[in-house]
Design a protein around this ligand. Structure first.
Ligand SMILES: *Cc1c(COP(=O)(O)O)cnc(C)c1O
Length: 379
């Protein structure tokens, strides 16, 4: 079986990890945590980085730090991981979802504009407080229109850059845009710490809030007296040690990912029946976090069937995200009743991604391409 993802840990990872063990620094108090926070912040041009235990926690910390009131609303894409909506719901806020752009699979910023204007200008909705963007699979969201809307209507912007380590938007680094941004360091992300995440911001006050909330809101003067409920979202020194080693190779990692995506595109763009992500838009070069494909409507089977047939051929795959407005857990909470977002619904049913991890070899890539061609010949 060619696995859908395999990380590459052949830099300084072992050396730094051994340092943690040799020095006895294994908790979040160890020196690699600050080093990793500083290096990450520097890599995206942010002033502050707050390392946490995973990317989902990073999102929850970002939302919590804004101090919104229960029932306040946050706009977000429907086509993303549940972490985005979960962070909003767990903070007592309400997710309002937007359909995807059919070409980039990212949040459709025209739809976003329509929704903001409808809610605020026409309905006078005062509960809309923020926009959470999530860059999906390889191309960033078109951020300028998002930032203009946010500016015009006084909305905060949270940028989920979990899949965008090393990516830029019109020359600005992803993970450095908006009020707060977040990363994940899960093993399928470009930079991994096993489990891990980070919230970043330029705002001193938000950074202070994030640090306090991450660490149970202990107070320096009266340690075990709490004015507020926080979380234990701390990252260990061992995770951060991996992160420091991984980050040393970010340029190389981004280069490999782009090469892989372009190679897949070269070999697949003539194949009938497949929609591929564009190599570039006018604002970014695709960084191919994963190599996703969507089965065209004329293909007589869906992603589920394709995944089954590819598994039989020894190829690991993953289905695309399932839209937030179609999640049973949110329906049970009374959210998204009767909502339709046809672009996201379509790509969720017809899309999947193929092996695209850092350890993928050229030989494996060619095998995957052969299996995809064979799959579509069966139509
Ligand atoms: C992976 C991912 C997350 C969640 O990160 P975890 O570390 O797995 O909690 C959040 N958002 C996006 C877009 C992701 O891809």
């Amino acid at each position: 079986m060619i696995p859908v993802n395999e990380p590459l840990l052949d830099g300084n990872e072992k050396k730094y990890l051994n340092e943690c063990i040799d020095t006895g620094w294994i908790s979040s108090e160890g020196p690699f945590v600050k080093r990793f926070e500083q290096a990450m912040a520097e890599s995206v041009g942010r002033r502050h980085g707050i390392a946490v235990c995973n990317g989902t926690a990073a999102l929850e910390l970002a939302v919590a730090s804004l101090g919104l009131a229960p029932g306040d609303e946050i706009l977000m894409p429907t086509f993303t991981i549940i972490s985005c909506a979960a962070a909003i719901v767990r903070c007592g806020c309400v997710p309002v979802v937007i359909d995807s752009d059919p070409l980039t699979w990212n949040m459709d910023v025209e739809r976003l504009r329509e929704k903001v204007e409808e809610e605020i200008d026409r309905k006078g909705n005062r509960k809309l407080k923020a926009i959470m963007v999530a860059h999906i699979y390889g191309l960033p969201v078109d951020m300028d229109p998002v930032l203009e809307l946010a500016e015009k209507y006084g909305l905060k912007v949270i940028e989920d850059a979990a899949q965008m380590h090393g990516q830029t938007y019109r020359g600005r680094r992803c993970g450095g845009i908006g009020d707060l941004s977040t990363f994940s360091f899960y093993p399928n992300k470009h930079i991994t710490t096993g489990e891990g995440g980070m919230t970043l911001t330029d705002d001193d006050h938000l950074a202070e809030r994030c640090r306090s909330l991450r660490d149970l809101c202990f107070q320096p003067q009266k340690r075990f007296v709490h004015d507020e409920l926080g979380y234990n979202f701390r990252m260990t020194n061992m995770q951060a040690a991996l992160g420091v080693a991984q980050l040393e190779r970010l340029d190389e990692i981004a280069l490999r990912k782009r090469r892989m995506g372009n190679r897949y595109t070269d070999l697949l763009e003539e194949v009938e029946g497949l929609e591929l992500m564009p190599r570039r838009t006018d604002y970014a070069e695709n960084i191919y976090w994963v190599f996703g494909v969507v089965l065209k409507d004329e293909v007589p089977f869906d992603a589920k069937e394709a995944i089954r047939r590819l598994a039989a051929a020894g190829i690991g795959t993953r289905p695309f995200f399932w839209p937030m407005h179609e999640q049973p857990v949110f329906h049970a909470m009374g959210l998204f009743q009767g909502e339709r977002h046809p672009v996201a619904e379509r790509i969720a049913r017809r899309g999947f991604y193929v092996p695209s991890g850092m350890a993928l070899t050229e030989e494996q890539l060619v095998t995957v391409v052969g299996a995809l061609k064979e799959l579509l010949r069966q139509t």
